[in-house]
Design a protein around this ligand. Structure first.
Ligand code: SAH
Ligand code: SF4
Ligand code: F3S
Length: 581
């Protein structure tokens, strides 16, 4: 076991993936090494997700396994980062004393200090004889929480996470973590996430995110544009902007004057804000909207060949944003805009703030502005649905089927409702849809979406598409991971390989777009079979194609190539490389 080597596993959404990248780069700069083999690591970190119970269960079971290992290796340091750390708080350490460090998503900048503390403390235990029984190890004792806090093992936002957006912005120490991001060409395969908004203010009744990620804070546009520029300088071609309601980005310049550390709103003017409500403006206010931000990145960083954003909220998606996308050749024509249900009654109970008529009005408006297959620029749309929300009837379920048929998503993540502690829904409504009904409805929606995805996919028959090559396909990566002549193949974290079906439909998987995938170095062709590469179109459709004989797959990964589509499957296109770098 190497005490300075770190194994980091990421669960959950793209926000978490980005957080893991930032944590990796900050720990690396301090001399930590990273490994993809948990058993070799002296430090095991889980960056966790709380969005559904299933996501948390995976982490509990990993922690259970680590407790057994720690009995043999008391020097092992275990850290739980992210949304589950924030949601569970110190109770997590009480239940799993194997955990040494607990850091919420709003406090990740504190991780290096906490880890350093833990490594030093654990180092004194490391010389204990190995192979002890579980019952006589320190990992078994219930920890004293006051001691934990004073020993600096815990960094959580707690209740302060829900302070007002203005105060949250003022106290936002996390900005430093994003700003200190170092990017080297080995860290990315041509693609990177850039956060534009932290937190969420929406409070959909089922959702933990506003509690784990805190109040909405919009990052200054200059920081975002600078980060995009630095990424482009390091060879990144594709940037995905991240926010829970990304289209609600709104940065008010000079919105606040700080006196003695306290924000002083400058009242005087009144204007209508993005969601239609009227509010006081601040003196000297100048605003950068989401449309302004997209335009700035597109104009000021032309080396970014693909600019994308997730996740869009169906309400207050202005024509100004659609106009900018239409006028900007390098902004992808892809929207991920979850509806969550096709029933107005459900949407109301979920506190989504729109009706299906309003949702469809937006989709029609977006398609009218952006769907131009005749010039090779179709618009593709992805969605999310929750089935079995409390009181959902067969009629509500039928309404959701109707919505899927109307919306024609290229893919849709379908999740069974999971009651989450701390949310309004768990307090207010019984989880009264039986699991077998949830499962049946889930399967029906998956089957319907499969047909719709197939028909969207079929439109690409014989088309030529630009594909951003992300890596070796998962199937191929598995082949490559098999030991070669008795030796192991070492893994490097390189391209993010798109999830293969059926995950991509969203069979109640954790957000399908969201697993960190390690692929083998792309150097070999196994026994004459060509290496299969995978990537995505501008509209986020998955494309597989064979790397031509004589070409090195590595030379294609991270570049944009032209592929002719030979076969259309519901969730993927298969083609032949026509041209590429
Ligand atoms: N901010 C995004 C979604 C973030 S969470 C938005 O509003 O669209 C990702 C998805 O997880 C959600 O779209 C929702 O479909 C699902 N989800 C969130 N909470 C859930 C719960 N308690 N049970 C089941 N699915 C849930
Ligand atoms: Fe959760 Fe709703 Fe915020 Fe999305 S918008 S993160 S579903 S509260
Ligand atoms: Fe999960 Fe937190 Fe993302 S709960 S979905 S990791 S914001």
């Amino acid at each position: 076991m190497d005490r300075a080597s770190v194994y980091l596993e990421t669960f959950g959404c793209q926000m978490n993936e980005l957080d893991s990248q930032l944590v990796t780069s900050s720990l690396r700069s301090l001399g930590y090494r990273f490994t993809t083999e948990p058993d070799e690591a002296g430090i095991v970190l889980y960056n966790t997700c709380s969005v559904r119970e299933h996501a948390e269960q995976k982490v509990w079971s990993r922690l259970g396994e680590l407790a057994i290992r720690k009995a043999r290796q008391p020097g092992l340091v275990v850290g739980v980062l992210g949304c589950m750390a924030e949601r569970e708080g110190e109770a997590l350490i009480q239940r799993m004393p194997v955990v040494d460090v607990l850091v919420g998503p709003g406090e990740l900048d504190k991780l290096p200090t906490l880890l350093d503390n833990a490594v030093r403390t654990r180092a004194s235990l490391a010389d204990l004889p190995e192979a002890r029984t579980l019952s006589d190890t320190p990992a078994e004792r219930k920890p004293d929480l006051t001691l934990l806090r004073s020993a600096g093992a815990v960094a959580l936002q707690g209740n302060t996470g829900r302070r007002s957006a203005t105060l949250a912005a003022a106290a936002d120490t996390l900005e430093g973590l994003d700003l200190s991001r170092t990017v080297s060409p080995e860290d990315h395969a041509g693609s990177a996430y850039v956060r534009i908004t932290r937190g969420c203010n929406k409070f959909c009744t089922y959702c933990v995110v506003p509690f784990t990620r805190g109040a909405e804070v919009h990052r200054p546009p200059d920081h975002i544009v600078d980060e995009c520029r630095r990424l482009a300088d390091a060879g990144v071609l594709e940037v995905t902007l991240l926010g829970q309601t990304v289209n609600h980005y709104r940065f008010e310049h000079g919105a606040a004057v700080t006196i003695g550390g306290v924000i002083q709103p400058q009242k005087g003017r009144v204007y209508a804000s993005a969601d239609g409500t009227r509010r006081d403006a601040y003196a000297g206010e100048r605003v950068t909207t989401f449309a302004d931000l997209l335009r700035r990145i597109h104009e000021e960083v032309p080396a970014i060949r693909r600019l994308r954003f997730v996740t869009s909220y169906p309400r207050s998606f202005g024509d100004d944003v659609l106009d900018v996308i239409r006028a900007s050749p390098r902004i992808c024509r892809y929207l991920h805009v979850p509806a969550q249900s096709g029933s107005d009654r459900m949407l109301k109970l979920m506190n989504r703030g729109y009706t299906i008529a309003e949702y469809m009005e937006f989709l029609h408006r977006a398609r009218a502005a952006l769907h131009q297959p005749e010039i090779g620029r179709p618009l593709t749309v992805a969605g999310d649905i929750i089935v079995g929300f409390p009181t959902e009837t067969d009629a509500d379920h039928e309404a959701t089927k109707h919505l899927l048929a109307q919306a024609r998503y290229k893919n849709c993540f379908i999740f069974k409702y999971s009651p989450r502690p701390g949310t309004v829904a768990i307090d207010r409504y019984d989880d009264d849809v039986p699991d077998d009904v949830k499962r049946r409805r889930n399967n029906e929606l998956l089957a319907l979406q499969q047909q719709i995805s197939a028909s969207v996919s079929a439109e690409y028959a014989a088309a030529e598409v630009d594909v951003f090559v992300q890596g070796i396909s998962k199937r191929q990566a598995k082949v490559d991971r098999r030991p070669v002549s008795g030796g192991g193949v070492s893994l490097t974290v390189r391209g993010r390989t798109p999830d293969a079906p059926p995950d991509h439909i969203g069979a109640d998987a954790d957000c399908g777009a969201c697993t960190t995938v390690a692929t083998a170095p792309a150097t070999r062709e196994s026994a004459g079979t060509p290496v299969q590469l995978s990537g995505r179109t501008d509209g986020d459709l998955i494309v597989f194609f064979d790397c031509p004989t004589g070409r090195s797959p590595d030379s294609l990964i991270g570049s944009i190539v032209r592929v002719r589509i030979d076969e259309c499957r519901p969730l993927s296109l298969h083609g032949t490389l026509i041209s590429g770098r």
